[in-house]
Design a protein around this ligand. Structure first.
Ligand SMILES: Nc1nc2c(ncn2[C@@H]2O[C@H](COP(=O)(O)OP(=O)(O)OP(=O)(O)O)[C@@H](O)[C@H]2O)c(=O)[nH]1
Ligand SMILES: [Mg+2]
Ligand SMILES: [Zn+2]
Length: 305
């Protein structure tokens, strides 16, 4: 029996790096039975909070990129418990996500940024915000964007600014080390270009974003992990939309980390605009960025129930 990690999946072929550092292409005979998952696997994400309290359960799972697996006779026979698992991009066992947002092409979108942050935090993965294509803005425009992003730094996120076509992002590279880091974001944001900038000699396929539609072309089609330094760096397909899997109305506020700085005295308060005496509402437009609060309300109204 051999152990390894899935680094990419292509039409039913699983590329695995074994603990002996060999690359093997293996297959899987369907979903694996009687497998016990930990509480952050896909299955529970789709469930409500009560179900999440169940530590382990028997479900059938398909292996995904990032999974640690066991192989026998070129077949995957077991998936090790995942310590986290994202749905979009579809990848498991991740330490950090570089969340790439272009200054333009595609248009910078604060709602999508907040939505993505919620999704990553829910999986207890560290998000690192990377603003790409800074060369496409005037100095004044970049100054304006930075002053808005300054808020995100204040509430605890790391924010980096890159021109991946020109500069080597050394400060970002310093964060990679032994970790498994994936690069995620909208199609056309510059994810593959960033990886090409980071890993010497890399030439992942990149493409202009569509002039007519103003959006990317989904150039990267599959998720792949690449060995870099002592860890992995992963490229992922871009998305154009994202939703709120497994988040309930009363847990959403936990992912707007800055709300916790204000002691709302009401139990189970959703901090809605008309809640008299709510400390969170009181600070909107002051310490709390108005667009963040509005995005919170928008997400709340999108969650059913
Ligand atoms: N000027 C400039 N162009 C960039 C930068 N980063 C990426 N681009 C360009 O943006 C376009 C899209 O880049 P990609 O790296 O293919 O984008 P992606 O996020 O991988 O897109 P998908 O694979 O479709 O998800 C390409 O034409 C890149 O050359 C940047 O920092 N500055
Ligand atoms: Mg790409
Ligand atoms: Zn409140």
């Amino acid at each position: 029996m051999i152990s390894g990690r899935i680094i990419s999946i292509n039409s039913g072929n699983y590329v695995v790096i074994t603990t002996e550092n060999e690359q093997r292409v293996v297959r899987c005979g369907g979903r694996l039975r009687n497998y016990r998952v930990n509480k952050t696997a896909d299955f529970q994400i789709k469930m409500n909070r009560l179900a999440q309290k169940v530590e382990t359960t028997n479900v059938k799972l398909s292996p995904k990129v990032g999974d640690y697996v066991q192989i026998e006779e070129d077949m995957i026979t077991k998936i090790e418990p995942r310590f986290n698992s994202l749905i979009r991009p579809d990848v498991a066992n991740i330490d950090q996500v570089l969340l790439v947002f272009a200054t333009k092409e595609p248009t910078f979108n604060f709602y999508l940024l907040d939505l993505f942050l919620v999704n990553i935090l829910r999986e207890k993965i560290e998000p690192i915000i990377v603003i790409s294509k800074i060369d496409k803005l005037t100095i004044e425009e970049l100054f304006e964007l930075k002053s808005q992003m300054n808020y995100y730094e204040q509430i605890g996120y790391k924010v980096f600014y890159v021109n991946s076509k020109k500069d080597y992002p050394q400060d970002l590279v310093n964060l990679l080390g032994v970790k498994t880091t994936i690069v995620a974001g909208q199609t056309g944001a510059g994810k593959s270009t960033l990886i090409n900038a980071i890993i010497p000699g890399f030439k992942l396929k990149t493409d202009e974003i569509s002039q007519a539609l103003g959006r990317g072309k989904h150039t990267t089609r599959i998720t792949s992990l690449y060995h870099f330094k002592d860890g992995y760096l992963g490229d992922t397909p871009g998305f154009s939309k994202l939703d709120l899997h497994g988040i309930t109305k009363d847990t959403l506020k936990d992912y707007f980390v800055e709300f916790k700085n204000f002691n709302c005295k009401f139990r189970n308060c959703l901090h809605l605009t008309n809640t008299l005496g709510c400390e969170v509402v009181k600070h909107v437009g002051k310490e709390i960025m108005t667009s963040r609060y509005n995005n919170y309300l928008r997400m709340l109204s999108d969650i059913a129930g």
